[in-house]
Design a protein around this ligand. Structure first.
Ligand SMILES: *[C@@H]1O[C@H](CO)[C@@H](O)[C@H](O)[C@H]1NC(C)=O
Ligand SMILES: *[C@@H]1O[C@H](CO)[C@@H](O)[C@H](O)[C@H]1NC(C)=O
Length: 273
């Protein structure tokens, strides 16, 4: 009798363990990345038109499914000889919690798309600025602040923080990146965006995306962006006007949708269309 009971308990127990294992396999996450290593690191600052020379560079592309630990290992690649690293995942990454530290003056392009990023750091030690990083794209992560030191990225052409958790953004932090062409901040929680009283001069900026945020007020008085042609600000549901906006200051922007997803003051809107 006791033996039979023991057998029964053992069976139940085993069944329970094996079925819970079957129901909860170690989750695998999709990944896809490209990386270009360049052995010649004698050159210093990035310039428009730069291409890694085939003789001294090596391109790696890999995709697959891995555990969170596998992805963390992939993100810890050696930055000392890397000029490009583009990572993307199409998995639900809610259980992936990663941190990334950028080594200054190495990478030219960095993209970490849906990589479970919760912290991004710039590992500046001395007083040098970074004059290589031209693209910093970290869309679809959980970043709530810009990294300290972002004001030292002088070669920046594209900054993409869309689909993160930013609550504020100051253009003052990018004044050392006058060559900036694209600033993409859609789908954050921005309640403020702007520049302090100093002139924020971005002579090359042609795309600014502030859509799907929480802006209630926006003041463009101190923005100097003569080439701006693509400006998205839809889905800021309480936004009624944009201070300082005139057609002559932003001649290439086509205008705003009167029936769109903002709360435009129609009198103001007619005066700027
Ligand atoms: C990764 O898993 C998905 C399904 O979860 C599958 O469709 C895909 O083929 C896998 N990819 C690789 C490279 O194994
Ligand atoms: C709408 O804008 C006009 C012109 O800019 C302004 O005079 C008016 O007070 C605004 N209306 C509201 C309700 O804020």
């Amino acid at each position: 009798m006791a033996a039979a009971l023991r057998f029964l308990l053992l069976t139940i127990c085993c069944c329970y363990i094996s079925s819970s294992e079957a129901n909860n396999p170690v989750p695998k996450l999709h990944y896809d990345y490209s990386r270009i290593q360049e052995t010649d690191q004698a050159w210093k600052c990035w310039k428009e038109g730069y291409r890694p020379a085939p003789a001294t560079s090596n391109k790696i592309h890999e995709s697959g499914n891995g555990t969170a630990a596998d992805i963390e290992r992939i993100l810890r690649f050696d930055q000392s000889n890397t000029v490009l690293f583009l990572f993307a995942s199409n998995s639900d990454n809610l259980n992936l919690h990663t941190t990334f530290q950028i080594v200054p003056n190495k990478l030219v392009r960095l993209s970490l798309d849906n990589a479970g990023l919760e912290r991004l750091e710039l590992a500046f030690t001395g007083r040098d600025n970074d004059c290589r990083l031209a693209e910093l794209s970290v869309p679809r992560n959980r970043l709530s602040v810009l990294p300290a030191g972002v004001e030292r990225l002088t070669a920046l052409r594209k900054l993409d923080f869309s689909y993160n958790l930013l609550e504020e953004f100051s253009l003052d932090r990018l004044v050392n990146a006058p060559g900036l062409k694209q600033l993409l901040l859609a789908h954050n929680r921005l309640e403020s965006f702007g520049a302090s009283s100093v002139q924020a001069s971005f002579a090359s900026l042609h795309k600014l995306d502030l859509s799907n945020n929480r802006l209630r007020t926006l003041d463009s008085t101190y923005w100097s962006m003569p080439l701006l042609d693509t400006f998205h600000v839809d889905n800021n549901r309480h936004l009624t006007t944009i201070g300082g906006w005139t057609r002559t200051r932003f001649p290439l922007v086509k205008g705003f949708d009167p029936a769109g997803t903002n709360n435009w003051n129609q009198t103001w809107l007619k005066s700027v269309q």
